[in-house]
Design a protein around this ligand. Structure first.
Ligand code: HEC
Length: 150
């Protein structure tokens, strides 16, 4: 992805900026907790937990509770209210050549916009959503059920 034409990178950046301006639209009338449960949590579950969850914690980072997410890895991984200084946001946007997450394929623009908006909203994470909570609240086809990596 480092070779992506700059036009594409600009488009992605523009999209992120639009998302930043239009968090209300990204959140589309959902309460913060619902927004997390419907748009953000499924992405974390499908795309991140196999390397940053209960079983594995790559670089010491767990993404299955707000507290764990805040502890990091590194302190600037996620800064509630400030996606622009959050390393995690750079990583999912493939902005940082050294850290691109998930490593195998970039998230969709909608997923990136949702996570970005959620960080800007201050990372609402309802207490009822424990790490082990089963099922997907959004009914989205389970495209990302993959064999656990090694
Ligand atoms: C296939 C395994 C894998 C998946 C899936 C994955 N990561 Fe990672 N992640 C890693 C590894 C390995 C590292 C250590 C840095 C490196 O080697 O690039 C890392 C490091 C990170 C870091 C930096 C941690 C630190 O402070 O050092 C962040 C932030 C991160 N990942 C976020 C995510 C997010 C968000 C997702 C899901 C969208 C995700 N990762 C999915 C393997 C993965």
């Amino acid at each position: 992805m480092r070779t992506a034409p700059s036009a594409i990178r600009l488009a992605v950046l523009t999209l992120l900026l639009v998302a930043a301006d239009g968090d209300d639209q990204v959140a589309a009338g959902l309460a913060p907790d619902e927004f997390f449960l419907e748009r953000v949590r499924p992405v974390l579950v499908d795309q991140c937990w196999r390397c940053h969850g209960a079983r594995k914690q790559r670089n010491g980072l767990r993404l299955d509770s707000r507290e764990a997410m805040m502890r990091g890895g590194h302190t600037a991984d996620v800064v509630p209210g400030h996606p622009e200084t959050s390393r995690l946001i750079d990583a999912i946007g493939y902005e940082d050549g050294d850290l691109q997450m998930p490593p195998d394929a970039k998230l969709s623009n909608a997923e990136i916009a949702a996570i970005t908006a959620w960080v800007r909203l201050g990372m609402p994470w309802p207490a009822s959503s424990a790490a082990g909570m089963a099922g997907r609240p959004d009914g989205v086809p389970d495209k990302a059920v993959r064999p656990a990596d090694r």
